[in-house]
Design a protein around this ligand. Structure first.
Ligand SMILES: [Zn+2]
Length: 309
């Protein structure tokens, strides 16, 4: 796309695929804790569109967004454990535009088989999880079979650490169901040490655990940091720092080769978060980051991690 840096290849490394199945399950899971009790009412309360039942139709909406803003590819994250078939259907319909990750719960005994099927047969190319939701530490032995698969299939692993709220929970101001004992990104150091060929991604600069994220990355060259979302966690820091400062510190600590752009786009009608892209490009320009480094952050690093042509 055309930017202040000229024409850039942009890969959004962090987009949530909120399928119709996802919302149905969300309403069932959160049950009485919700202000409304069916999917349609929930989406009306949120002001979000009801996604089409067919994942291909939802995928086509994201492709239209990519075309509108000149985005090369998007990584689609499965947002519900068990819903990887929706993402796989989207990826299979538009293989040149999407990369899909499966969401895992390492406690489920059939998880390694499901991950193997997702990576080997469905064509997904990454593993995503939320340790504080599914209550596991990144270093737990039950997670290791999944790392073995990531190593065998040469795919990245993304764990959400830090702030506990999901997008919907935050919108509705619901108390979080997550367990903060599992949210520290330093948990990742042992796994990243044990699987040096697997790229590990910490999203949102650690979502509150900024120092721990830089520290984990300092120990392990295979830890990458994603820039996605509006990074509202910054307001909880006990010292003054803005997003430009966060970028400056991250560039100093780990260099541009380990920073990957993402938006956290997730629902319609909002669609692609062009505001997040614009803000981050402006910050990179204000920091006088050279074009070659910006190319890496905006897409080059992801292309390398995912072995895209
Ligand atoms: Zn996200």
């Amino acid at each position: 796309m055309q930017t202040i840096y000229g024409d850039l290849r942009i890969i959004d490394s962090h987009v949530h695929f909120f399928s119709a199945t996802f919302f149905t399950a969300f309403v069932q899971q959160r049950g009485r804790g919700l202000p409304v009790h069916d999917r349609q009412a929930l989406l009306e309360t949120l002001g979000w569109e009801i996604p089409p039942e067919d994942p291909v139709a939802l995928a086509a909406r994201w492709v239209a967004e990519m075309d509108r803003y000149g985005i090369d590819r998007m990584v689609l994250l499965t947002s519900l454990v068990g819903d990887e078939a929706s993402v796989a259907t989207a990826v299979q319909a538009f293989p040149e535009r999407f990369i899909g990750y499966i969401r895992v719960d390492p406690h489920q005994p059939d998880m390694p088989d499901r991950v193997e099927y997702a990576l080997g047969t469905l064509g997904l190319r990454g593993i995503k999880g939320f340790p504080a939701m599914e209550c596991f530490h990144a270093y737990d032995e039950i997670v290791y079979p999944l790392y073995e698969l990531a190593a065998a299939y040469q795919v990245p692993v993304l764990w959400h650490f830090g702030l506990l709220q999901s997008a919907i929970g935050a919108h509705l101001k619901l108390p979080s169901q997550a367990d903060a004992r599992y949210s520290n990104p330093m948990d990742l150091q042992k796994a990243a040490r044990d699987f040096p060929t697997v790229p590990f991604i910490i999203p949102h600069f650690g979502a509150g655990y900024f120092g721990e994220t830089l520290l984990a990355a300092a120990h392990c060259p295979n830890i990458f940091i994603d820039t996605s979302s509006a990074n509202g966690w910054i307001r909880y820091l006990p010292y003054p720092l803005d997003l430009q400062g966060v970028f400056a510190r991250t560039l100093q600590a780990v260099g541009p080769e380990r920073i990957i752009f993402g938006t956290d786009s997730s629902w319609f009608p909002r669609g692609f978060r062009a505001d997040v892209l614009e803000t981050q490009l402006q910050i990179l320009a204000a920091l006088q980051v050279p074009r070659e480094a910006v190319e890496l952050i905006m897409g080059g690093n992801m292309a390398r991690i995912l072995r895209l042509e």
